[in-house]
Write a protein that binds this ligand. Structure first.
Ligand SMILES: CC(C)(COP(=O)(O)OP(=O)(O)OC[C@H]1O[C@@H](n2cnc3c(N)ncnc32)[C@H](O)[C@@H]1OP(=O)(O)O)[C@@H](O)C(=O)NCCC(=O)NCCS
Length: 320
């Protein structure tokens, strides 16, 4: 077994490895190329592969992003093909990452593992990683969803001058994108857990590309609760796999307008959009601390999947 730095020529083999670890991923070489293109050059990144008899049997990386941002903080990942696990490849890849990080004097490392994979959790705990965040993924079967269960929902707040509009319907508001950018951040700050703190505030252009103009954005699947000129809530779905699955973007309502059914009504609009456009699934992911949204998703019939756990390792000796 040999460990080598990755080049783009390995991307197709790495994609095969990823898909063998999670058959639902459907990742391809071009996803890695696109990841390279989109990555901010200020972030340090390095990938390696473990190769045995010309087959990629493992892969690993360290990288950085706005999430958990600090010049000495890193995200890492190690994966070994199911038929080559328990033969020391993961340990060797992990040691390679740690060696590669030495020149940067890392403060802390993060990685994610699913609770469905106890061996991954054991691997991390043995190396000094501890759970810091738990996210609950869930999925809604869109075509089986009975919209008639929720008719008349919007009547509850329409009398107070509150309406739900799509991005297209708000096209004539020259401040639309700026108002959405500000509302998204205000709501992000109130999401239970560390969404906003972990991510930091992205720039205006980056937000517009992500939510409004980018290839995953859906202006007719983006719903805004408005009261006069004021935007008081938003909820949007984005493309995960074209024609097949969507993922739920941020849903939120300004604190003074909560518990009037506005959040639920916007999510129902998203589900109706998905149904009309032939999508099968909406995928969501919520912090385990987010009791309101988990309760709403349960009421809607989202089915929970095994939790995704973020682990963190402190690399410097404690000051105390
Ligand atoms: C989650 C959120 C969007 C709910 O919006 P809302 O307009 O207040 O919710 P609704 O009035 O439509 O509530 C619909 C259902 O959700 C559930 N729910 C909403 N708030 C809840 C709370 N505080 N506790 C428990 N359940 C709650 C209930 O099932 C509720 O139905 P009910 O009122 O008949 O009991 C809102 O609390 C919010 O903006 N939170 C901050 C942003 C966030 O965390 N977003 C999720 C991350 S993507």
């Amino acid at each position: 077994m040999e460990i080598l730095p990755t080049t783009p020529a390995h991307y197709s083999g790495i994609a095969t490895l990823y898909n063998s670890l999670d058959p639902q991923l459907h990742i391809s070489a071009s996803d890695f190329t696109e990841g390279d293109r989109l990555r901010d050059p200020k972030f340090k990144t390095q990938r390696w592969i473990a190769i045995e008899k010309d087959e990629i049997v493992g892969a690993a990386y360290y990288t950085q992003s706005n999430w958990f941002a600090h010049p000495q903080k890193f995200m890492i990942w190690v994966g070994v093909h199911p038929s080559h696990q328990r033969s020391g490849i993961g340990s060797a890849l992990y040691e390679t990452i740690m060696h590669g990080l030495q020149p940067f004097d890392p403060l802390a490392l993060r990685t994610r593992a699913t609770e469905a994979c106890p061996q991954s959790i054991c691997f991390l705990e043995k190396r000094g990683f501890q759970e810091v965040i738990r996210d609950i993924p869930s999925e809604l079967n869109v075509q089986a969803f009975d919209l008639t269960r929720f008719t008349g929902l919007e009547d509850r707040f329409q009398g107070n001058g509150i309406e739900i509009k799509t991005l297209h319907e708000l096209e004539n508001d020259p401040e639309r994108n700026r108002k959405l950018y500000d509302l998204d951040w205000e709501i992000s700050l109130s999401v239970p857990g560390d969404l906003a703190a972990g991510m930091g505030r992205r720039g205006f252009e980056k937000y517009v590309e992500y939510a409004i103009t980018g290839s995953s954005a859906l202006p007719d699947g983006f719903f805004v609760a408005v009261k006069g000129e004021e935007f008081i809530g938003l909820s949007h779905v984005l493309v995960s796999e074209k024609g097949i699955s969507l993922y739920q973007g941020l849903t939120g309502v300004k604190p003074q307008y909560r518990r009037y059914g506005i959040g639920l009504a916007m999510k129902i609009r998203g589900i109706a959009y998905a149904q009309t456009n032939g999508y099968n699934l909406i995928m969501a992911e919520n912090d385990a601390k987010n009791i309101p949204m988990l309760a709403m998703n349960e009421r809607l019939g989202f089915v929970r999947k095994p939790s995704l756990i973020t682990f963190e390792k402190q690399c410097q000796p404690s000051q105390n």
